[in-house]
Design a protein around this ligand. Structure first.
Ligand SMILES: [Zn+2]
Length: 319
């Protein structure tokens, strides 16, 4: 019963934080470029006509639906982006509450301060990823203020919630092992991404990834450990390749930016890294050993993927 109340609370909190993220996404890039502090006014104003917005019209998602996407004061269109960010954040917060991210073995019955702190840290991490995603989509930057602070919060937080980023299984006390896991994760994230960036620059003679991606991956590693880095890079590149190909087919542009894909990969890593790695490292080899049809099924699947990729590439060249 109380779980339902808390779940609704988590979703409502997510919607409010999403509303705050909209302002941050809108204002932070300009402040970063001019190096001024971000200022949040106590009241909100219509960006189109400058009139103050009454509090009841600031209710996330519902206000947008109620107004059918137009400002009450002047009828200016309110981009769909606003309710989208709010709904996305609300969904993520509900998920973090209902399905504790893998790697963290907290029993739901024990809703204590540690579980609450874990929820707070993951909520911060997801909000940070959402802000980074939309700022990168808009301006092609991942601000240091977001990526580096997420890295610091992840490493510090691991001290207070042992095992939040997983465990290296060292004989150290839980807090020290947890801290070491987060630091190793951050170093693995930054190191592997810097390596890919260097390889990409050498191979394609142009910058494949930015330094912002390196810092973002350090933050992702601090929150999800080195296993999370692996899953993030895998899921992020897979998604990036698919969306990049589709984007190229539609627009002919070859340019791709990684921030949003890394963020989606990080969400996959946060919730699914333990089952995914178990499947890849244990279940799949086991299935291959036990079933005589397994190699053929894998071969046919790989062949179909190759044909699909070939068709995509051919069509890409034709357009
Ligand atoms: Zn207005």
């Amino acid at each position: 019963m109380t779980d339902w109340v808390l779940l609704v609370g988590a979703i409502a909190l997510g919607a409010c934080i999403g509303s705050y993220l909209n302002v941050l996404i809108h204002r932070l890039p300009a402040r970063v470029l001019s190096d001024r502090p971000v200022h949040f006014p106590a009241r909100s104003f219509c960006p189109a006509c400058g009139k103050p917005i009454p509090a009841w019209l600031n209710v996330p998602v519902f206000a947008w639906l109620l107004l059918r996407g137009r400002a009450a004061c002047c009828g200016a269109r309110i981009p769909f982006r606003y309710p989208l960010v709010e709904a996305l954040t609300a969904t993520m917060y509900g998920l973090v509450f209902a399905v504790p991210p893998s790697g963290l073995h907290l029993v739901r019955a024990e809703w204590d301060w540690e579980a609450a702190l874990a929820f707070g840290l993951h909520a911060y991490f997801l909000g940070n990823l959402i802000a980074n995603t939309f700022i990168d989509l808009d301006h092609r930057i991942l601000p240091d203020r977001l990526t580096l602070s997420a890295c610091a919060v992840g490493i510090l937080g691991s001290l207070f919630v042992p095992g939040i980023a997983g465990s290296l299984g060292t004989p150290l006390p839980p807090a020290s092992d947890s801290l070491l896991t987060a630091i190793v994760g951050a170093v693995a994230g930054a190191g592997s991404t810097a390596g890919i960036r260097w390889l990409g620059t050498v191979a394609f003679r142009r910058q494949a990834m930015g330094l912002g991606d390196v810092k973002l991956m350090a933050a992702i590693g601090a929150f999800t450990g080195w296993q999370g880095v692996l899953v993030t890079l895998f899921a992020g590149s897979l998604l990036g390749a698919l969306v990049g190909t589709w984007h190229r087919l539609r627009t002919g542009e070859a340019e791709i930016y990684f921030g949003p894909f890394l963020a989606v990969g990080a969400v996959v890593a946060l919730f699914l890294r333990v089952p995914l790695l178990r499947f890849l490292l244990e279940d799949l080899p086991e299935w291959q050993r036990s079933s005589p049809a397994a190699p053929w099924i894998l071969l046919v699947t790989a062949g179909l993927c190759l044909v699909a990729l070939f068709v995509l590439l051919r069509r890409g060249r034709a357009t």
